[in-house]
Every structure is written in structure tokens, then in C-alpha cells.
Design a binder for this molecule. Structure first.
Ligand code: PXP
Length: 240
């Protein structure tokens, strides 16, 4: 099986910075650390409310890294303008609601068909590859194709949030079926959302999937497993 690519979403490094209005932790530094540790791409979501990643971060990250930069974004006018100036390697279009804690569900590809198609065309014309974040559903995949996307990202949130083993298995089957269908149509199939160290394996074993985009669990893991060194280094400073 082909090696799975890993896209690391660094939004929550910026979340930590924004809650205190400090200059650290720096998402640009984080992006470089991810690159040197084996990430295949960096993902950042420039949200309309700018709650974590800021415009200046996007431009600085693109400059600082040698791997692909995947900008997660809504199709709001000002965000599309930023994307056209930034020209990331890839744009992943996601739905966005102001009050949500994180992206809830895939794009409404049917209801937003015309707006999505227009945005995909504009971005592609600027040389940006475009991915649509959608539910693992055959009708949605067909519509994504009609919209003009060559890449889709299947939303794994329902799989990750499943309450029972049975529900998880049924969601996994939906993702497998959707991946096979999309792959056979010639689409590049990515997946993500809610994946962590305990639930990622079954998704990573789906041969048709090209790249997994993972954020919250990696940053959380880094906080816990980096804590030992953080305390030791502070302890050392206090002793001198
Ligand atoms: N892929 C997409 C399209 C997303 O919107 C997100 C969340 O920003 C992720 C992947 C990463 O999700 P998580 O932070 O739960 O790993």
C-alpha cells in the first residue's frame, strides 16, 4: 500500500497564543517543526472570525516551509481574496459557522453548488489546487465532481464521534465505500477530522486514501508529552 501522507493542522498552536495575546507559541515555528518531523503538508484554517490563525501567519507559514501548504477556508468573499493573494498550494473549502467550536459536517455541496463552482474556478485559475470537505456520501461525491474538484476530503467526524463500536463500524464502512467510489472516479481522496492516536489506524488502512489531515490530537499530544521537558527547563532556570 502507498505510504499515507500526513497533513498537520497547526490552528491550535495559534489558539494558545490568541487566548493570551502573546507572541508565543508561534505557529510558523510549529509548522517548521512539523516539517522537520515528517509532515507532508501544513494545514491552517483562516477563519472568518480570526479566532486562531491570523492573516500574517498564513503568509509567514507559506514562506517558511518547504512542504505543501493547505489553506482551509470558507467561501466568504474576503477569505477568497486572501487565498488569491497568498496562493497556497492547495485550498480546502469547508463550511463555517461563527459559533461552532470546530468545522461541523461537510460542505452543503448541493445547496451551495453555484457559489462553490464559481469559487473553485477562481482558485484553480490562480493555480491553486482545490479540495472540497464533504460527508462520505456518494451523492455528495458526484456533486463535488460536477463542481470541478479533483480532490475531496472525507469528513471523519461521525466516525470519530461514534458512541458505540457498532456505530463506529458502520461509519467506517461508509468511509470505505465513499473512498473506493471516489478513487475509481479518478479523484484524490483525503480524509480528516477528529482523528487521534486510538482511532486513526482503520482509516489509515483504507488503500484509496492519499492524505490524512490531523490537528487537535497532535497538538494535544505535544502539550502532554512536551510537558516534562518544559517543567525541567523552567526548574533549571530557577536554580541558577
Ligand atoms: N480537515 C478539515 C477539513 C478540518 O476542518 C479540520 C479541523 O480544522 C481537520 C481536518 C482537522 O481536524 P482535527 O483538528 O479534529 O484533527
Amino acid at each position: 500500500m502507498k505510504r499515507k501522507l500526513l497533513g498537520v493542522n497547526i490552528d491550535h498552536v495559534a489558539t494558545l497564543r490568541q487566548v493570551r495575546g502573546t507572541s508565543y507559541p508561534d505557529p510558523v515555528f510549529a509548522a517548521r517543526l512539523c516539517e522537520s518531523s515528517g509532515a507532508d503538508s501544513i494545514v491552517a484554517h483562516l477563519r472568518e472570525d480570526r479566532r486562531h490563525i491570523q492573516d500574517r501567519d498564513m503568509f509567514a507559514i507559506k514562506k517558511a516551509i518547504g512542504i505543501r501548504f493547505n489553506m482551509e477556508m470558507s467561501i466568504a468573499k474576503d477569505i477568497v481574496e486572501v487565498a488569491l493573494r497568498l496562493r497556497p498550494h492547495q485550498a480546502t473549502l469547508v463550511p463555517e459557522k461563527r459559533k461552532e467550536l470546530t468545522t461541523e459536517g461537510g460542505l452543503d455541496v448541493i445547496g451551495q453548488f453555484r457559489r462553490l463552482k464559481k469559487t473553485v474556478e477562481r482558485l484553480k485559475k490562480a493555480g491553486i489546487e482545490v479540495s472540497l470537505f464533504i460527508e462520505p456520501d456518494i451523492a455528495h461525491i458526484k456533486t463535488a465532481e460536477e463542481i470541478g474538484a479533483n480532490i475531496i476530503e472525507l469528513h471523519t467526524g461521525r466516525y470519530a464521534d461514534a458512541h458505540t463500536k457498532r456505530e463506529m463500524k458502520s461509519e467506517l464502512r461508509r468511509i470505505i465505500k465513499a473512498s473506493e467510489y471516489a478513487f475509481n472516479r479518478g479523484l484524490v481522496v483525503n480524509a480528516g477530522h477528529g482523528l487521534h492516536y486510538e482511532n486513526v489506524r482503520p482509516i489509515a488502512e483504507i488503500p484509496e486514501i492519499n492524505e490524512l489531515n490531523i490537528g487537535h490530537s497532535i497538538i494535544s499530544y505535544a502539550v502532554l508529552y512536551g510537558l516534562k521537558k518544559a517543567v525541567r527547563d523552567m526548574r533549571r532556570l530557577l536554580a541558577t
